[in-house]
Design a protein around this ligand. Structure first.
Ligand code: ADP
Ligand code: MG
Length: 416
């Protein structure tokens, strides 16, 4: 068996681990249960792929979406890993089960509802597992921003395999969500590895919406490179794409209402281009590996501060300077509040309100945006970052009071 640095180099083509990857891999290789909270783009896949090669047996990877699984399998294939999935979209399931049984797979991707079925648990009990990775692990928690009840069913499968190291991975989990993941998945507290959330190359800007089309046009005129504009609806995403295309910038649309081949074509065009803008709903983004996205603009507020972090996190994965623009209106918050009160299950309302309030705090702060964002994720950042709108150009609140006082005293003097 080759050493870890050798695998890192020959299989993945990297000379160094990045950030906490090494800590995570070391723990998994030592057979210990782990929760890794690492920002988008930090390299979570390697944290289970590398141990999957280094340890005996096949790795089971729990993932919530077929599209995510297939993306992962494509990139695993590309580096020579033996990976397959068991989903309704896979015609060769029987063959995959055979490969899995006979030890011919490094990685088996599966959705939680299938992984927890009786038949699958019996299969597992006869198979040698290297590890169980639980991707997008925030889905297990009601406090998380994307709760999926099927994740709750994983516990018996994990209980069947107490000695197989489990690795839960997520990009976004506040303190309460983290505690919940640990409890739900039976991971000890000392198993938590928390990577920094800061994305120092992203510059945050927040502006009240005021003639969005003109605002976007101005923004894009001074903004080379490719980018994403998140729109609050399918309709808006189409209108934005038309507008941009009309002003000469290559632009495509992406939302769940488009036919699959059109979505695939638009996504591929965006990924390959160095100047294209994709106007999209939140259906766009997960599992897309485009390191040179230069900006992410929001035409309205995102669902939560977690969603905002995740969506803007798609900019600048190559580490080069990138911009995040948020255009908001008071009506966005009003609408979001009434959605929570009318459409969200009562037990989940307090958490959702809290998350929306955190987003409001981010939007309204006269101070450092990054500090608000990082504090939300439990970090203790410096007061100023030097790379957000408020740090670069402090709002004139103090000056405004000063002006008001001068005006008042001027008025007072004339009365005298
Ligand atoms: P995440 O799932 O955390 O969002 P990915 O696993 O998709 O991130 O990795 C993001 C990118 O980082 C990928 O292009 C991957 O190849 C790259 N990457 C991962 N680990 C390293 C490393 N140690 N050195 C350089 N690049 C890396
Ligand atoms: Mg990932």
């Amino acid at each position: 068996m080759s050493s870890v640095p050798e695998i890192l180099h020959t299989v993945f083509g990297f000379d160094h681990f990045r950030g906490v990857q090494e800590d995570v891999v070391d723990r998994v290789l030592a057979g210990r249960h782990t929760l890794a909270v690492m920002p988008t783009g930090a390299g979570k896949s390697l944290c289970y792929q590398l141990p999957a090669i280094a340890r005996e047996g096949a790795a089971l990877v729990i993932s919530p979406l077929i599209a995510l699984m297939h993306d992962q399998i494509r990139s695993a294939d590309a580096i020579g890993l033996r990976a397959a999935s068991l989903t309704s979209a896979d015609a060769d399931r029987e063959q995959t089960v055979q490969r899995f049984k006979s030890g011919e797979l490094d990685l088996l991707y599966i959705a939680p509802e299938r992984a927890t079925g009786e038949a699958f648990r019996r299969l597992i009990s006869r198979t040698n597992l290297s590890l169980i990775a639980i991707d997008e692990a925030h889905c297990v928690s009601e406090w998380g921003h994307d709760f999926r009840p099927d994740y709750r069913l994983l516990k018996p499968l994990l209980d069947d395999n107490p000695d197989v190291p489990r690795l839960a991975l997520t990009a976004t989990a506040d303190q309460r969500t983290r505690a919940d993941i640990l409890a739900q998945l039976g991971i000890p507290e000392e198993g938590l590895i928390l990577a920094g959330f800061d994305r120092p190359n992203i510059r945050y800007h927040v502006r009240p919406r005021d003639g969005l089309n003109a605002q976007l046009k101005t923004l894009l005129a001074g903004q080379p490179g490719s980018g994403i504009v998140y729109a609050p609806s399918r309709d808006k995403s189409e209108r934005i794409a038309e507008q941009l295309a009309g002003s000469g910038r290559p632009a495509v649309t992406y939302h769940a209402g488009l036919e699959a081949p059109i979505r695939a074509r638009n996504q591929a065009a965006f990924v390959e281009s160095e100047e294209m803008v994709i106007a999209a709903t939140v259906a766009f983004g997960m599992g897309i590996d485009k390191p040179d996205v230069r900006f992410v603009a929001h035409a309205g507020i995102p669902k939560s501060i977690e969603a905002y972090y995740q969506e803007t996190g798609r900019a600048g994965r190559d580490g080069e300077p990138a911009e995040a623009w948020l255009f908001w209106g008071a009506e966005d918050f009003a609408r979001a509040r009434s959605r929570i009160e009318q459409e969200v299950e009562p037990v989940r309302r307090p958490a959702e309100r809290e998350r929306l309030n955190a987003l409001a705090a981010f939007v309204e702060t006269p101070g450092c945006r990054r500090a608000v964002l990082l504090r939300h994720f439990g970090e203790d950042p410096p007061e100023t970052c030097g790379n957000c709108d408020n740090c670069l150009d402090p709002p004139k609140t103090i000056d405004a009071t000063e002006v008001a006082r001068k005006l008042l005293s001027a008025a007072f003097r004339t009365e005298m």
